[in-house]
Write a protein that binds this ligand. Structure first.
Ligand SMILES: Cc1cc2nc3c(=O)[nH]c(=O)nc-3n(C[C@H](O)[C@H](O)[C@H](O)COP(=O)(O)OP(=O)(O)OC[C@H]3O[C@@H](n4cnc5c(N)ncnc54)[C@H](O)[C@@H]3O)c2cc1C
Length: 380
């Protein structure tokens, strides 16, 4: 079905207010996360463009359909960046098209640096959106100190277009770091690696990336700790971390900037699973629980990010959800089926009170039930 593609917020509002048919809301269509929605597609791609960029104030306002690439290019010119380094899902999900900034915030997509600087939602200052009745709402602002309507701004991040169609986002940006260095530890078990990453993250050396690949280079375990900043500071902090962790075995230090960029992009986008069959699960857990959970489910491959707080699992196709859910149930955490048969539910089942809250919000924002209906639904 050809997507509806309004070219302005007013046109979008008119379209939503006059419909009673469900809509499948998309940006660039690169992140089909959640239960597939069988409805008329609607894309925000034509509602695009950077409306305002004030490098001195570290703020940028962009229409929702603006591509992430366009935003990153504009920021790079001023030596700034999206500090939460949003992952690109295309390699993992086999999707085409261009990721949009609206899609990034709708799915609260954050990368390895989240452990240090926060998630996408922490950088969202304000939003404009069209709710399920076609009403245009503006919330928050573009000034960091302005906390008006803060809660609705946060609510929109991670709501996957089920509460409103984002039309514009105001965000905080940050300067790029001068130099990146990565400590690489080889041959650690998962338990040793998570403990080393926790020690590094708990140190005063401002680690901005902490990942472990049990099947890294040559299928041998590789553990990575990223440090960013001025060159002398990076060298000093990595030296101190080496003193802390050197007893664990071979440690190398990568200071080549291109190699660092590629390495962390690969971790961010879960390159290890690209082009491989099987279901992909994403788990959010307490890092110290991560190795046990992984051992219990026995995946074909695994990528630990956020010091073990984020686990990517590659499972045989059609592995039952109960296998994963029972492993996280006792420990607490979230498991999302990112790739695979999601018809019966993709997100972590919510407790009854949280589900009631979520349903109440949805009934308020989208009483006709036209925005991505069922996408965040769960198996009974
Ligand atoms: C660095 C870091 C710091 C943290 N600090 C805190 C903290 O201070 N306090 C705290 O309480 N928690 C904290 N957490 C835990 C975190 O808030 C929980 O894991 C929470 O589930 C994250 O939700 P998220 O929206 O950021 O989504 P993600 O981490 O991107 O996803 C978590 C899971 O929730 C699902 N999900 C996201 N949004 C929704 C939704 N609207 N409805 C249903 N499911 C959804 C996702 O699909 C996924 O399965 C932290 C996590 C990290 C990595």
């Amino acid at each position: 079905m050809k997507p509806l593609s309004p070219s302005s917020e007013a046109e979008l509002a008119e379209l939503v207010s006059s419909t009673s048919e469900p809509l499948r809301v998309m940006g660039g269509g690169t992140r089909p996360i959640g239960v597939p929605v069988n409805a008329q597609p609607l894309t925000t791609q034509k509602i695009s463009g950077i409306a305002l960029y004030e490098p001195g104030a570290l703020t940028l306002v962009a229409k929702a359909g603006t591509t992430v690439a366009e935003i990153e290019k504009a920021l790079a010119k001023e030596n700034q960046r999206l500090a939460f380094e949003p992952m690109d899902h295309r390699g993992l999900l086999g999707t085409k098209g261009e990721p949009t900034i609206g899609g990034v915030f709708a799915a609260n997509v954050s990368g390895p640096r989240r452990i240090q600087c926060g998630a996408a939602r922490d950088f969202l200052l304000g939003v404009r959106f069209v709710d399920g009745q076609g009403q245009i709402t503006r919330n928050g602002g573009r000034v960091m100190k302005n906390v008006t309507g803060y809660d609705i701004v946060k609510l929109m991040a991670g709501s996957y277009g089920t509460l409103g169609v984002l039309t514009e986002v105001a965000l905080k940006v940050l300067p790029r770091s001068n130099v990146t260095g990565t400590l690489k530890l080889a041959g650690l078990t998962d338990v040793q690696a998570i403990s080393a990453l926790s020690a590094a993250l708990g140190s005063p050396y401002e680690v901005t990336g902490a990942a472990h690949l049990p099947k890294g280079n040559d299928s041998t375990p590789q553990t990575f700790i990223r440090i960013e900043g001025f060159e002398n500071s990076v060298k000093y902090r990595s030296g101190e971390l080496f003193k802390m962790l050197g007893h664990l075995g071979e440690v190398k230090f990568e200071l080549d900037q291109q190699a660092n960029a590629t390495l962390w992009q690969n971790i961010r986008d879960v390159d290890a699973f690209h082009g491989r069959d099987g279901d992909v699960w994403r788990l959010s857990v307490k890092p110290s629980d991560a190795p046990d959970i992984v051992a219990q489910v026995g995946p074909e491959d695994v990528v630990y990010d956020w010091g073990g707080g984020l686990i990517w699992l590659l499972m045989p196709q059609d592995t039952g959800a109960e296998v994963i859910r029972s492993a996280v149930a006792d420990k607490g955490g979230h498991a999302t089926l990112i790739r695979g048969n999601r018809a019966a539910g993709a997100f972590q089942p919510l407790s009854a009170p949280v589900a009631a809250l979520q349903n109440g919000l949805r009934a308020r924002f989208d009483p006709k039930g036209v925005l991505n209906p069922g996408l965040m639904g769960q198996a009974a």
